[in-house]
Design a protein around this ligand. Sequence first.
Ligand code: 26V
Length: 754
Amino acid sequence: MDFESRLGDALADMGTSLEAASKQQLFCALLRATRDLELEMAPAAGDRKLYYFSAEFLVGRLLRANLINLGLADEVEALLARRGTSLAEVEDCEPEPSLGNGGLGRLAACFLDSIASLGLPGDGVGLNYHYGLFRQDLSEGVQREEPNPWIAPDSWLVDAQRSFSVPFGFGDLEARMYDIEVPGYGNGTVNRLHLFDVADPAPAPEHGIAFDKGDVRSCLTSFLYPDDSDEAGRLLRVYQQYFMVSAGAQLILAELEERGFAPEELDRHVAVHINDTHPSMVIPELVRLLVERGVAFEDAAGIVERTCAYANHTILAEALETWPMWYIERVAPGIAPVIRQLDALARTRCADDAVAIVDAADVVHMANMDVHFSHAVNGVAALHTQILVTSELRPLAELYPEKFSNKTNGITFRRWLMGCNQPLADHITAAIGDGWKRDASRLEELLALRGDDSFVRGLLDIKQRNKFSLTAWLRAEKNVEVDPHSVFDVQVKRMHQYKRQQMNALYAIWKYLQIKRGNVPNRPLTMVFGAKAAPAYELAKDTIALLLALSRLFGDDPEVAPWLRLVFVENYNVTAAEHLIPAADVSEQISLASKEASGTSNMKFMANGAVTLGTLDGANVEIADLVGRENIYLFGRSSEDVIGLYERGDYRPWDVWQADGELSEVLDLIVSPELLARGDAGCLTRVYRDFIAKDWFMALLDARDYVVTKERCLADYEDRGAWAQKMLANVARSGFFSSDRTIREYDRDIWHLA
Ligand code: 26V
């Protein structure tokens, strides 16, 4: 049946027609027609199947992405045009699934898209959080968290009619499986994202995100990352993790049996990917299930080791999870003895306590377990992998050098160029044909167009169009006004001290003081921020309060407002990113060198023709190598310097503050009467004190270099011809960061599917 007939049937079922339907009805009918078509398609086949375990899958809205991959986007656009509307208007009815938090979750979503698009057999395994991370409310000048329900009567979730029993300490809990279809691009393949859920989920809390963390049976899938500042919260994290991996492991063994293979053959027919340490308990759970099926413990451990691969996504020590053994004994008593046996086995390989799975305090080190009992371990950018091998995981890397490799992250160009920036995608296609849509490395063909005036001018025109579109979207959706002719300088990512939004705030204050002194810039500047702070991360929330107060201060001042605006976009999510990134001129990637594992928004901005202002951290290093120093703005201490400063412990922010009069004037504004009148005094004072007394991520150290480099970048922006060449170089070299390339490398070196 053709798609138009399917859509017609879906509308008729709803008692309406293409002509009469509301946008909401059109959306629901498109969803049903697309989902039902996908349910008739076949998954990729192969001898070895991948299960990608992740606590987060930040998939974003799915209608447009699915239509693009099914090759139906143009047809649907034409159908909707007949009815006087557009896909953009209709997709505004789609709630964004709220199944992730940041880069790790968005990466998992890009990977599922690439796995299906390469025709590889691979499904995602995760949890069906009903209220997501949270919805951010900034109306009172500080962040408040609200539930973010996304599951409507019509949703992408399909009840798979399959469930597993998870053996918790308090008794068994049923895990029901729901699927979201994942179509490949133009290849007729549909893989799946399996999301496990409790049978009897709790309703959303009335206000805020507080709930009874002890009510595991119904609250297990309420929220992603429940507040873990107390024990009940931490235990709930372990309940969530075990629920996900136990159900997933049971699914794997059931499918293995359905394919006609014995449990002993697991490693030949299955690859398990452990996305950060959240799913690490899949290792002892698979061992437990194999032993239950009659495999000897040591054989089971070997099979599991050859099946699993672990990717590390952060070098912040606090994110390398450890759990007291008694948590595991209480939550998942079936795997506690297995973990002790794995620890004993690991100790026969190496007696060094630094690599132990269970330490002397009876605490389980998840990453250590992952490295011992995976056959492959990877970092997510060249510098990150190097730091893992030489410092963070050094003793383990010395023990198992053959396990370690780098897999630089990537993004799907289907969503992050074709989907969100159609004008640019069409401009590229008109110039070099559409081969780049299957093979992003062919974007390099654009380098031959450096002398083509109309192509180069087109880049500037499209950026300006996108800035007009963003201006309209910000007005309609977020109730803020910006000047579309200003420079759009954008920093969007989780709020974290190491990402240094607070250093960007120092630039904003410096610029404000310049304008107050009469040094107005060549052109107005719009500084855009978007970020959620973890609910228990006080300093991150304080930084949001600081940025909101600055936004008011600049907006209230008639001398400043025409030249400098600070916009904090409430509730930053994938949908907001799809509007912001195509319109950005400058991409802020300013983490303290050595701290950002990779970053992936840096790649999205690059592909959309923004120029990076950043440190030599994460994948910025590879961006710089690809585009050359003339097409990126770099500043700040090197990762070696930073690692040395931490080792010697001799960074003292108050020395920098005392030595630099201009910087202390900037800092003083944070606690000035005019700012205290516009923001929460407690928040502002804490930020101020932290800068001077702690500044753990060394913002003051890099601040001067940052301000100078940003000024140079903004001055260069005025040579529009030269800037357009930088844009061209960035777009043309971005193809390396296609997640198709990343997935090919995972498959070639680690998973060996198909
Ligand atoms: C995040 C959070 C935030 C909310 C509260 C608790 C909590 C616990 C764990 C995490 C893990 C975040 C891990 C993550 O997103 N890492 C990012 O992974 C990206 C993909 O590899 C990479 O580009 C980023 O540099 C890295 O920060």
